[in-house]
Write a protein that binds this ligand. Structure first.
Ligand SMILES: Cc1cc2nc3c(=O)[nH]c(=O)nc-3n(C[C@H](O)[C@H](O)[C@H](O)COP(=O)(O)OP(=O)(O)OC[C@H]3O[C@@H](n4cnc5c(N)ncnc54)[C@H](O)[C@@H]3O)c2cc1C
Length: 393
């Protein structure tokens, strides 16, 4: 649109999770991979109507550098002192608990409200009081068990980054180009909803029954539960625990002269305490090259429910302090699409895996099980295909 490349859904993937880049290379698009402009990676958090840069060296909500944490106006002295004392913690194992309880235990309530909640809202659109620490902050829970102090573990951990050192990667011509490249290898597409599933791979689509040697369910867990309920009632009952949130992306494209702002960072997050409709906003042209011509600026907003674009624009104008109007707005709605791993997810998922492990006729993949990012979904799909081909080489 006006020379801007507007992503409707996912705009990138974590470089440290290699399954996406591997697939991209396998379909011949390796040369199209670009990294985020990490030398300009500053993310702001809204506090008291001001955008405050997240302290340098922060990995999610974990400090890896002392001085930026000491200096930041984002957190008060009580929280900073608490972060210092966290270094003294001994290894501990807890039953799964919520992200809010986990982070508060280590770094205090303010860290939940001004770091964990906005960061996770941007990824999961979820509530930290309900999300499982073990399933959403897996690495940090492992650190807690091993070293006790998360801050100390972070200081000692090797830093991961993709080729060129970027945290995020994407495709020059947009994430959709991966789907386009995969399309020719699909043998046949039958459009329609899977309405019912029966033993021996019988699937009803649009009233007609098809038979398949293997059925891979790549739909949300609530749909998978409905479909496999008659065959695997216990698995279906477990899958119903996977909650979903909705998300809306609203991209505002401006002619550059109409947006009086330096766009000096990747964008900002709005903590729930300060939130109207806006949850997060990416300053697209700063984060990635090849997305926005110099003549334009693109602000890509995340909301958890639908909102009037005029109301969102007013919020943007108030937060970023500009008055100009956009040349275009593009909204994409993703209803019940973001899986939420609630407390206890890991145990339930282990049982699902165990019950399904004997079945090669029916497999479950997608963001409901072992990670919600694009690379996680690709990794799970690869595993399903490997399982099938091992039995039918
Ligand atoms: C706005 C947004 C931004 C995101 N940004 C990123 C990002 O930058 N990086 C990242 O790694 N991840 C991101 N994610 C997360 C990631 O995109 C998703 O978790 C992932 O794409 C989910 O893939 P999936 O195949 O599990 O589910 P989906 O992509 O939701 O696909 C499920 C499919 O199942 C179909 N379906 C449902 N029921 C049936 C049925 N009965 N019969 C047939 N088909 C059915 C649906 O129509 C749908 O096409 C983002 C997600 C959203 C919504």
């Amino acid at each position: 649109m006006e020379g801007c490349l507007v992503e409707a859904g996912p705009d990138s993937f974590l470089a440290a999770k290699t399954a996406a880049a591997d697939l991209i290379r396998a379909v011949g698009l390796g040369g199209e991979i670009i990294g985020s402009n990490d030398s300009r990676r500053v993310t702001y958090i809204l506090r008291n109507q001001k955008l405050i840069p997240m302290p340098e060296g922060l990995m999610m909500m974990l400090p890896t550098k002392a001085w930026p944490m000491i200096k930041t106006p984002l957190l008060g002295w009580g929280t900073k002192l608490r972060m210092g004392l966290e270094l003294l913690r001994r290894p501990a194992e807890h039953p799964d608990r919520s992200v809010a309880d986990f982070v508060e235990d280590h770094f205090g309530r303010e860290t939940v409200e001004y770091l964990a909640e906005p960061l996770l809202a941007g990824v999961y659109g979820g509530d930290p009081a309900k999300l499982s620490a073990r399933s959403t902050l897996t690495r940090f829970v492992e650190m807690e068990a091993k070293t006790g102090s998360l801050a100390r573990a972070m200081l000692q951990a090797p830093k991961h980054a993709g080729p060129g050192g970027s945290l995020f990667q994407t495709l020059k011509r947009g994430m959709g180009s991966l789907v386009d490249a995969l399309r020719p290898s699909v043998h046949e597409v039958i459009h329609g909803e899977a309405e019912a599933l029966e033993p021996q791979g019988r699937v009803r689509v649009g009233g007609d029954w098809l038979t398949a040697q293997h059925v891979i369910l790549a739909c949300p867990a609530y749909e998978a539960a409905r479909l496999i309920g008659p065959m695997e009632p216990d698995v279906a009952a477990l899958l119903k625990h996977v909650d979903y949130s909705s998300s809306v992306t609203m991209a505002f494209g401006f002619r550059r002269q109409d947006l009086d702002h330096p766009l000096n960072g990747f964008g900002f997050l709005v903590p729930r305490k300060e939130r109207g409709a806006l949850v997060a906003c990416t300053w697209v042209g700063t984060k990635f090259n090849h997305r926005v011509p110099d003549s334009h600026a693109l602000l890509r907003c995340f909301l958890t429910s639908d909102a009037n674009p005029e109301a969102v624009l007013l919020e943007l104008q108030r937060i970023m302090r500009f008055t100009g109007r956009p040349a275009f707005v593009r909204t994409s709605r993703w209803v019940n699409s973001m899986a939420q791993y609630l407390v206890g997810h890991e145990d339930r998922q282990r049982e699902v895996d165990q019950r399904m492990s004997q079945r090669n006729d029916l497999l479950l993949i997608g963001n409901a099980y072992h990670g919600i990012g694009v690379p996680d979904c690709i990794r799970l799909a690869n595993q399903a295909v490997n399982r099938i081909t091992q039995h039918h080489p």
